[in-house]
Design a protein around this ligand. Sequence first.
Ligand code: GLA
Length: 785
Amino acid sequence: MAEIWHDEAAGAWLAEMRSTSYAFGLADGGAALRHLHWGAPLPRAAVPGLLAVAAGAVPRHELRLSMAPSERPDEYVPWGGLRFDEPSLKAEFGDGTRGVEWRFAGHRVTRQGPAVTLEVGLADTAYPLRVTLGYRVYDDFDVLDRWATVRHDGDGDDPPIVIRQAHSANWPLPPRGGWRLRYLHGGWGAETQLAQTALTPGKLVLESRRGTTSHQLNPWFTLDPDGTATEEDGEVWSGALAWSGSWKLVFETTAGGLVHACGGVNDFDWSYLLSPGDELVLPRFAGLYTTGGFGAASREWHAWQLAHVLGRGDDRAGMTTPGWAPSALPAPPAPPVPAPASHGCGNQPPIAVSLAQPSRSAPGPAVPEQDEPPLRPVLYNSWEATSFDVNEAGQIRLAELAARLGIETFVMDDGWFGERHHDRAGLGDWTVNPRKFPRGLGPLIERVNDLGMGFGLWVEPEMVNPDSDLYRQHPDWVFHFDGRTRSEQRNQLVLNLARPDVADWMFGTLDRLLSQNRIEFVKWDMNRSFSEPGWPEVFLAGDNPERAWTDYVHNLYAVLDALRAAHPGVDFESCASGGGRVDLGILRRVEQVWTSDNTDAWDRVKIQEGFTQAYPPQVMMAWVTDSPNFLTRRELPLSFRFHVAMAGALGVGGDLLRWTDAELAEAAGLIAAYKEIRPIVQRGRLYRLASVAGGPSGAGGASGAFAASQYVSGDDVVLLAWWGPQPCGARPPRIRLAALDPAARYRDIASGAEHRGAALLANGLLLPEETASTFGSTLVRLIRE
Ligand code: GLA
């Protein structure tokens, strides 16, 4: 059971997770929360000693280096005083004062189901600003979920407070020699490429300024000391931010040699004006620690996301006050924020109040009980087959073939609405095109349902083509500055979803679409970055247009939450020109994501390898498409394309009308095989046995590009292996399996061959020679006897 223990005498807290501890305590007379520990399990008795050291004077050598007595590892760093490292919070008050000084203002521990939440209150010593730090731990996991809430605690007469930077969390790292940072970068068609670098003195910033998560960088990282961790072994600290807008992560080695990772909403071009009573709930920033290397870190992320993130919404609070809420639905419950302590001026006695005694029965936020998200259906998507050229007869022809393959959800992509015959027109006009579908969507959906499949539809509700009725009616609804060009990308502009009327329209439009048609799946696309992010009406009203960066995302979440509440049978997929919006924030509102527009299976091996560092195979939608591939022109065998797509949530996206009978029959067989392994792939533990970047680990002989993944669930083991271009003379590798019982026997389900667990672990499995060649692939299923 996870616990958060409060050492009242010392003024410290210890979060006790499955096999990780995290500790911090009050220092400087209650003016700082000093970080004490993040790593291996820590006995409670060790906490006061750690605090005594951390709260003591700064060592002389550090002072000389940093010239900053207060450069200390703090849990959350308000900017002010002699502080020169990256702060967590920067605020400006009504009288022009910039800088925060605060004191501890109480805490509360609550348990709800499998989660324990600690809230720590910090109140400014002179102004009505209150920050509540949230910490949540989960039974059976090593993930610590953190966030902060910033609140204007004053009344009507108090001037507003401007927040100029507000991170979700600061994560001080323990003393080690040096650090290697690994992160995910990329671009359109090449998402989630794993990169690494050593941290050196100064700052390294990863960020998105695009308004969305971005293809270019993803808000996830690992840090390992001196680059010592491997896939199977070693200390790894990892973090992931739950935010689908512009974000920033800073990795800093301070002048005094402290290393910390921090971040949250990007402060670039952003500010947030808090009026009395307003509250800004910042995104969650989760972290974990493991000694099991990168593989164990990934498996922990996967299992925790399946248990506590995927499709579960955000149970913490309404994200902002005020924020958009649909008029027809009840507003989300109020957040359990510690009761305000008085915020009078002057020096307050430190550590004066305890908001509530730690209690197991105190009412806390609703954390859903742990249960497994349903398995993802095998899906067909029409995009690569028909592009914008969709109509009833053509989609029915594809649906009939898809049903023969064993497809479970049939999704019609772009082109079904307005005057959408290409990407230059129609976005925004979400009514069915009467020439393409004279009888509406009904007959197509009926046919799809009769064929035994659910029906899915593509939408891109955040965008508008200038050539659309919506834009002609509401040219002021897009982000723009009155005196500047409205830059187009893919011939489209971004609707300013921060506007409540746009949020109303979006919810109403999609609610109608989902109410009038039997739609079971929505592919929610978002195909461009923000530019000219102006909100002239708000500027002219003397309000705070820069808040659009965050209000947009809050309203996106609110619209999605409201649609999910109103249509609980509908599954959602997040797409942004492929994998441009994949993060823990959107994953709370969708069942899966579109990994990349690049469906070349060999490129996908690398993209998927990076993707699974942070996110689970269950959400990783992968289609089998035509050969040669429409992007790369590469020709790949059908079995190879399937074996790659089977490593996640399987889909098909080719033009089935051009597939031969033999190909259709082979595809049907492979889809049936996938359904057999689906629970193991989608819910099992993933071991990346060989990396396409690093080659086979523990395999003898192969010198060409090769990758392999193993999935384990109970007695079931699945191995998928893929060969890239092979040089002459390359030999099939023996691939050593992981996580087997050395004493057990394992039977190969296809061949009947028996293997000893110990032999598979030590000497590996010899993969079939005929598949071990350029773009060969293998699927092996073993069962423990
Ligand atoms: C984006 C998506 C594609 C497809 C097209 C439709 O590019 O990533 O999968 O839906 O839009 O226009």
